[in-house]
Design a protein around this ligand. Structure first.
Ligand code: ATP
Ligand code: MG
Length: 407
């Protein structure tokens, strides 16, 4: 009696994420995101069973890469490597033997955890746990530890099969990308905005990235960083990812010639938000996202936030508003954007601005200053010279945006 066990990955979903009427919609989105994340790896079509997704590895050597990718698929609670067996105790025992043959004995103590979706299975969970625990103990001599085991084997008793697997690895949690619609994220080259965008992706949003730069008035490094950051973050997004790069140096020059130096940062930001709002409407996005954090720099006061936010009719989401810089950087390290953000660049908001910009600009002051130039025309001119990146982010070439800025 020899069985061929195909190694498979069991991907578990937060039940809460799938509750209520949205369940089919959420499951569909997660299915598509999983398929996209694993698209070029040797895996079979993904199957869904009782709030789990099952991915068969047609080449067992793919596991490290599959596991690396699953860590970034939002909506995944955890996942583990295992195999499936028929619905009898003997079959589960053979499966467990096979798992130990393949991946070795537990390193340290262990426990067996049985989850019985199928309540009509003849043994209760504790009975099955004892039975299978004895088997592992007898075979390997490893001690059982029910409270803090080094390894937990999970046996999931479903209606048509059982799944036997080793330790579960954590997924990122959150909601599958796409279920919350689209947002436009203002992406600078700094630490904060990529983390802010990531937060919204984790809440189920597609993100269109928008980057503003002042090339050729400054070096083009921020464009390269924005392309790299959007590329990195787009690994988590199914194929509809977009980055829009907008040159605003000429417009900033017009503003700088017309407006008092201390107001310029707020006026630049109002210009950025107007452009981002126009893009959001084109993209069908429901909100804008920035990496602002209250009090982090002089421009991020409540007064300035009000003066800046006044130009958009969309919700302006600031997911980092209550975070310290060190917390934000720690998150940037975890999500892999920190090494890109760390590279020194020229921030377009420092072009033609004084050392001490005003910290309390009112809406009235900003509007009065904008009488000196044609705001709508500036928005149009900037939009006309934008570069749109879409499709495979590994083909995105920063040179395209440079050419557009000087054309
Ligand atoms: P970050 O670390 O994200 O650059 P910051 O701490 O430098 O933020 P600010 O320069 O005040 O803070 O920018 C606040 C937010 O405005 C940024 O998080 C980003 O969302 C947006 N922003 C600033 N500059 C740009 C830019 N050049 N292109 C796109 N968005 C920008
Ligand atoms: Mg910045």
């Amino acid at each position: 009696m020899s069985e061929r066990f195909t190694p498979l990955v069991i991907v578990r979903v937060h039940e809460l994420a799938l509750k209520g009427q949205n369940r089919p919609f959420f499951k569909r989105a997660l299915y598509e995101n999983l398929s996209y994340a694993l698209r070029d790896l040797p895996v079979s079509r993904i199957q869904e069973r009782a709030l789990r997704f099952i991915v068969r590895l047609t080449d067992p050597a793919a596991w490290p890469e599959v596991s690396e990718r699953l860590r970034w698929v939002f909506g995944v609670a955890n996942f583990s490597l295992g195999l499936e067996t028929a619905l009898t105790v003997e079959a589960m025992e053979r499966g467990l033997h096979e798992l130990l043959d393949r991946y070795g004995p537990p390193q340290g103590s262990f426990r067996i955890r049985v989850k019985r979706t199928n309540k009509s299975f003849p043994l209760t969970s504790p009975e099955l746990e004892r039975e299978l625990g004895r088997l592992v103990q007898k075979r390997t001599g490893a001690p059982v530890d029910l409270s803090e085991p080094d390894v937990t084997y999970t046996v999931e008793v479903l209606y048509d099969r059982a799944l036997v697997s080793g330790d579960a690895l954590p997924g990122p949690g959150g909601l599958p990308i796409g279920v919350s619609g689209r947002v436009v994220a203002l992406l600078s080259g700094g630490f904060d905005s990529p983390v802010a965008a990531y937060r919204l992706m984790k809440r189920g949003c597609f993100v269109t990235f928008v980057h503003f730069h002042a090339y050729p008035y400054v070096r083009p490094i921020s464009i390269e960083k924005a392309v790299e950051l959007a590329r990195h973050l787009s690994r988590f997004q199914p194929p509809k990812n977009r980055l829009i790069v907008v040159p605003i140096g000429d417009a900033q020059r017009v503003i700088a010639l017309a407006a008092e130096p201390s107001l310029r940062v707020v006026l630049y930001r109002r210009l950025m938000l107007r452009i981002a709002t126009a893009i959001a409407h084109e993209e069908g996005a429901g909100a804008l996202v920035t990496g602002e954090s209250l009090g982090q720099v002089a421009s991020q006061t409540l007064e300035n936030m009000r003066a800046i936010g006044a130009v958009t009719d969309l919700p302006l989401l600031r997911p980092l508003v209550g975070n310290n810089k060190d917390e934000i950087i720690a998150e940037a390290v975890r999500i892999g954007t920190e090494p890109i953000s760390r590279v020194p660049d020229d921030d377009c908001c420092t072009v033609f601005v004084p050392l001490h910009p005003a910290t309390r600009v009112t809406v009235e002051q900003a509007e009065a200053a904008e009488q000196a130039y044609d705001v709508a025309a500036l928005v149009e001119q900037c939009l006309a010279r934008r570069t749109v990146y879409e499709g495979d982010p590994f083909r995105w070439d920063p040179l395209m945006a440079l050419a557009a800025a000087t054309a």
